[in-house]
Design a protein around this ligand. Sequence first.
Ligand code: AN7
Length: 362
Amino acid sequence: MNEWQGVIHHYREYLPVSDATPVVTLLEGNTPLLRAYWLEQQLGKGFEVYLKYEGTNPTCSFKDRGMTVAVSKAIEEGQKAVICASTGNTSASAAAYAARGGIICAVLIPKDAIALGKLAQALVHGATVIALRGNFDDALRLVREITEKYPIRLVNSINPHRIEGQKTASFEICDRLGSAPDFHCIPVGNAGNITAYWKGYKEYLQYKKIEYTPRMLGFQAAGAAPIVRGFPIEKPETIATAIRIGNPASWKKAENARDESGGIIDIVTDEEIMDAYKIIVSKEGIFCEPASAASVAGLMKQAQRGYFKKALQEKGKIKIVCTLTGHGLKDPDVAIKYSPPAIESSTNIDEVVEKIGLSNKL
Ligand code: AN7
């Protein structure tokens, strides 16, 4: 059968699974890699830009790639329950895969600080949702402590099975392009995903599926940029709630991905994130969430600074992939707030026509 059967099935030989692993899947992965024509025009000659749109995963974020492996392995190892701290997407994914696998799920989220769609997802899938009077870093600290003391499996990205699953995104990109990109731009929050992508690229190199690896370019929100600033941020702040994280679990691994790949981890402001968001949704026609736009904001910022100049001179043409980590519908509040409002009208045709703006053309 040629039908897509999820990342464990497709990349089984690269993953820590065996015939004994009960595969819990919602057919995640196989996400679109879209050319960003409008962005290419803005950036100028030589830029070939692709958007890896992870919003088409079953729970609408990249977390599903890791969660299929983490939940399958938890069940294989006899676990009856999983738990995570989350800025929203991990909890949505854990809740869905736990439901699918028939096990219990508990999630700790910062109260009033996660996007509405993500909260709805955790609730509908039947997770026990704890709204913590604290931030993500408090939640993660608690979850670590709880899993040391109680028989419940941690499914944050410090669980290595999460990283294993998420590295398949790199495989898909290389399989599609026929090579690695030259640069890979990615938002950084808890830093699991940059760790996973880099692991994926390195393994594909090792297996001779690609001939070189990309430079990894990670981007943190300015108000939540511990790696760039060099110390934990006690009260992280950003409109991109998904990456409002002050003390990332995979801090060292992210630095390692940056240094081994010859890349950078840099800052983008909320304003730059929202400028990129508007371009992605209104010019490329792809609906991503604010945190996802950090990758494109970073690309535009670095291009403006001349970061790619040398590579362009050397190669003539450079391939850049930006990961769009989650779907825009996750965060309808931001979407509506940053768009022109709907225009109310009576049912009178002249009024409707006028308000559409057609009347002055007639
Ligand atoms: C849309 O759900 O940390 O650097 O708890 O939801 O691997 O953390 C989400 C992170 C980027 C950052 N984009 O990835 C959580 C959580 C979106 C995200 C990130 C997240 P990592």
